[in-house]
Design a protein around this ligand. Sequence first.
Ligand SMILES: Cc1cc2nc3c(=O)[nH]c(=O)nc-3n(C[C@H](O)[C@H](O)[C@H](O)COP(=O)(O)OP(=O)(O)OC[C@H]3O[C@@H](n4cnc5c(N)ncnc54)[C@H](O)[C@@H]3O)c2cc1C
Length: 447
Amino acid sequence: MSAASAARRARGPEELEIVAFDRGNYTSYSACGIPYFIGNDVTDVDALIARTPEQFARHHGIDARIGHEVLNIDTDRQAVEVRDLRGGAGWWEGFDQLMVATGAVPIRPSLPGADAQGIFGVQTLDDGLAVRAALAQDRPRRVVVVGAGYIGLELAEALCAWGVHVTVIDRGQAPLAALDPDMGGMLVAAMHRFGMTLRLGETVTGFDTAAGKVSAVRTDHVTVPTDLVILGLGVRPNTALAVAAGIPLGPAGGIAVDQRLRTGVEGVWAGGDCVEKFHRVARRPVTLALGTHANKEGRTAGINIGGGYATFPGVLGTAVTKLCDVQVGRTGLGEDEARDAGFDPLCVAVDSTTRAGYYPGAKPIRTKLVAERGTGRLLGAQIVGEEGAAKRIDVLAMALWHDTTVEELLNTDLSYAPPFSPLWDPVLIAARKAWQRVEADRRSTRP
Ligand SMILES: Cc1cc2nc3c(=O)[nH]c(=O)nc-3n(C[C@H](O)[C@H](O)[C@H](O)COP(=O)(O)OP(=O)(O)OC[C@H]3O[C@@H](n4cnc5c(N)ncnc54)[C@H](O)[C@@H]3O)c2cc1C
């Protein structure tokens, strides 16, 4: 709908007819808000819906049809086969330009018992409503979250608000695979502080059921009794329609697009979770399911479809989240990711405070920088800490966007007053330490 709206801004209804099909029951809602709806921070589901089909029709002249599934794309005939899920025969709808924005498919394990009642994924607003209804009606005492990624952790926090005992299981050695393992300590401590059980290094092998309903999660170590399970195992690009239509994928497994969001087929555009994005530091295509990218790609495609010219310059993988009182931010490459991308990284992690140490409310914050050995170029950054920590990552994302070295970063004119940061902001302390590390390494390797 970002693409539809941008195209509409470029060309009015008398010039461009826009029809959007979605098989779901809503348009333009914030999936990102679902955990906060489940956790009752947001009580009204309508608050998550930016625009309804009626609003699109009335204010934007966009014909958005929910409950309509696209079954096939025929790029030669320039038509899509559509079915109204409430009944009725299917038909072919012609197009001059097509935008494919089919999103992502949640990863579901093919394990014994995985289809049992009481096992939920959380991908759509309907999923969020179903989880909230199950919590309200069944009043479970114990919930297992499988997967300690962003969504798993956000849901674990949401579930705590219902007074249930939450167990989070992940096969990794630290929560949140998007962080380097040495950055996970504060998250683990928060999970324990908020009464959760964290089982790391365990792989789920199946689900026990009683009368068709999930009763326990089995791992390769233990059996955990439970009343409800939430799966947070990540997603992959939803490319089935595109593949069937001969629209080429790229090496990372998403639909391949150029900077204008054109696919390999003339007149077909794509954006969002279903496409590959160019990683500006790794210099290669990646798949990342983030709404911040999807919206910008939609806008870019829409401007182009509307006859304008816009490009999307790629991503850094900048993301923030929180678990109870601990905030997390990351951008660019982690230590291993930097090696995988062919860099020789040097890393520093510094512990500091979010405010001047003497000022009330100063909280711990840990900042890690990944820099390139020799040049000192910033390659990535991660921050974990309490209030005021996460959004500091945006300064580092901007530095990364402009290929800054840690030496350039350490003298950057960032603001300071005791209620907001120590005299040297944690970002600057980390840059200083990283520069010292790069310099020491240069001296030690100089012939
Ligand atoms: C619980 C949760 C929390 C999240 N939190 C964040 C966050 O904090 N920050 C962030 O940046 N991102 C977050 N995300 C990710 C973000 O929501 C997605 O990246 C974003 O929604 C992707 O937009 P999209 O348009 O590509 O796909 P979607 O929003 O998934 O839309 C794709 C649409 O295509 C429809 N569709 C698919 N196939 C067909 C078909 N054949 N016919 C008709 N319709 C079809 C689907 O019904 C769906 O509505 C979160 C996601 C979830 C699930």
